[in-house]
Design a protein around this ligand. Structure first.
Ligand code: ACO
Length: 431
């Protein structure tokens, strides 16, 4: 039974169809608003706009709920397998044993980079930002895979393109790490699983194989799972926006990497570490950092805190905090930055500014400290986030790609510039 809300504007009453989701969310369909009333919907930064209906990820920000294809995120904790979750997100259901084995085999087969791709790394300066390298190399990969530029309805081709991207991005990440340090590239080892192979390509030396610690491998699987999708955030909306123009999967995901790089988004994990480091080096006390974050005349934010959607604890942050404690206990490590993070969290959670605004730690607050403990350098944190987020981007791109009658995304604007003026020839303009 269709439902409607009524809206009266300028004395005219219209009916707006109500769109209901499967978990209680509802939206007003305003697609005909302009035709019927002459008005646009005005929602800068899309804070209250559903840009699509989606079956992939559900978030209830007030209750701190996150589910992938209906499965609560907490249920992935005990046997974390990132490849399984990637399959779930992309294909809509958990894989059977054989399906997972076949998908894993595709990832293994796709791990090496074409020799031509490897030469591209030499063109980057050694201190190039790894996120710039990653975005560029994902686009470069499309030059080596022209058969995947038009996927049409070919499911087999899509599966291969998805596996290729998920696998190659890991090799690209490891090579950008090694390029930045002037170290030789280490080839992927087909005997290793996804996360173990990444650690091997990053840390092994030609005559000194990195020893995989299964607990660290599990931790990395869980970290990637916690980053794997988060519905219509900035980078995912970018991927869908680019994809809506029928741009290919590689170009769309490369755009997602660029969006993720921003310090208000995935780049926040780098900012968190730099903030904690500055406190550690005595630049600022935790109290001064909080005061700076609350000062409205200062653009500084408490990085790793706050979220557009969560007005409760980010469930990913809660789980990462546990991973963090486990990794440190397992490695028998101390890190003064972890103590500072705990102190900042404690202070912020009882500070009226943060309490009133419902600002809690987000996924970026603890992830960097864990990466650091594993030995990943700060400039690689957002790259690690991108590896984790890739299956989500692919799933969202595919959902957008398969839309029947899907249109190019094209927001409107309320023009606020000079309404009309005349061109002035150069000889009549002031010197
Ligand atoms: N430090 C200080 N104040 C903050 C913070 C923060 N981290 N986050 C929000 N606020 C303030 C805002 O200034 C605003 O104050 P006001 O009401 O006095 O104007 C109020 O809290 C509400 O802000 P929101 O509207 O909830 O924030 P918005 O949705 O615009 O931004 C964002 C969300 C970008 C995540 C923001 O909280 C932020 O900048 N956080 C720090 C950066 C960060 O950690 N980003 C990672 C997010 S998770 C991810 O992308 C993977």
């Amino acid at each position: 039974m269709p439902e409607f809300a009524t809206l009266t504007v300028d004395g005219k009453t219209i009916q707006l169809p109500i769109v209901r989701g499967t978990a209680g969310e509802a939206g007003l369909d305003i697609t005909k608003l302009r035709d019927q009333t002459g008005y646009l919907a005005y929602d800068p930064a899309f804070g209250n706009t559903a840009s699509c209906t989606s079956r992939i990820t559900y978030i209830d920000g007030d209750k701190g709920i996150l589910r992938y294809r209906g499965i609560p995120i907490e249920q992935f904790e005990s046997h974390p397998n990132f490849v399984e979750v990637a399959y779930l997100l992309i294909f809509g259901r958990l894989p059977s044993v054989d399906e997972l084995a076949r998908f894993s085999a595709r990832l293994t087969a796709n791990a090496p980079l074409h020799e031509g791709m490897k030469h591209h790394f030499e063109g980057f300066p050694v201190n190039a930002p790894p996120m710039a390298i990653m975005s560029a190399m994902i686009n470069a990969q499309s030059c080596f895979d022209p058969e995947f530029l038009h996927l049409g309805d070919d499911d087999e081709k899509f599966t291969e393109a998805a596996a290729r991207l998920i696998s190659k991005v890991r090799t690209i990440a490891a090579y950008s790490y090694r390029r930045a340090r002037g170290m030789p590239f280490v080839y992927p080892d087909p005997r290793l699983r996804y996360c173990a192979n990444l650690l091997h390509m990053i840390f092994s030396m030609p005559y000194d194989q990195y020893i995989i610690d299964p607990d660290i491998e599990d931790a990395l699987n869980l970290i990637f799972i916690l980053h794997a999708d988060h519905e219509q955030n900035c980078s995912t909306s970018t991927v869908r926006m680019v994809g809506s123009a029928k741009a290919n999967l590689f170009a769309s995901c490369a755009a997602g990497v660029s969006a993720l790089w921003g310090p208000l988004h995935g780049g926040a994990n780098v900012e968190v570490l730099e903030m904690l480091d500055a406190i550690h080096k005595g630049g600022l006390s935790p109290e001064q950092v909080l005061a700076k974050a609350k000062d409205k005349s200062d653009p500084f934010k408490l990085f790793g805190f706050g979220h557009r959607v969560y007005k409760n604890y980010d469930p990913r942050a809660k789980m990462l905090q546990k991973v963090c404690e486990r990794v440190f206990a397992h490695m028998n490590r101390q890190d003064p930055l972890l103590d500072i993070a705990r102190k900042l969290e404690e202070l912020a959670l009882k500070d009226p500014y943060f309490v009133e605004r419902k600002l809690y730690p987000n996924v970026d607050f603890y992830s960097g400290i864990i990466f650091r403990a594993i030995g990943i350098p700060t400039d690689m944190f957002t790259v690690m986030f991108a590896i984790g987020r890739l299956p989500g981007w692919i799933a969202q791109w595919k959902e957008q790609h398969d839309l029947v009658g899907g249109r190019i995304a094209r927001p409107r604007q309320v023009y606020a510039g000079t309404a009309l003026t005349d061109f002035v020839p150069m000889d009549k303009r002031p010197k």
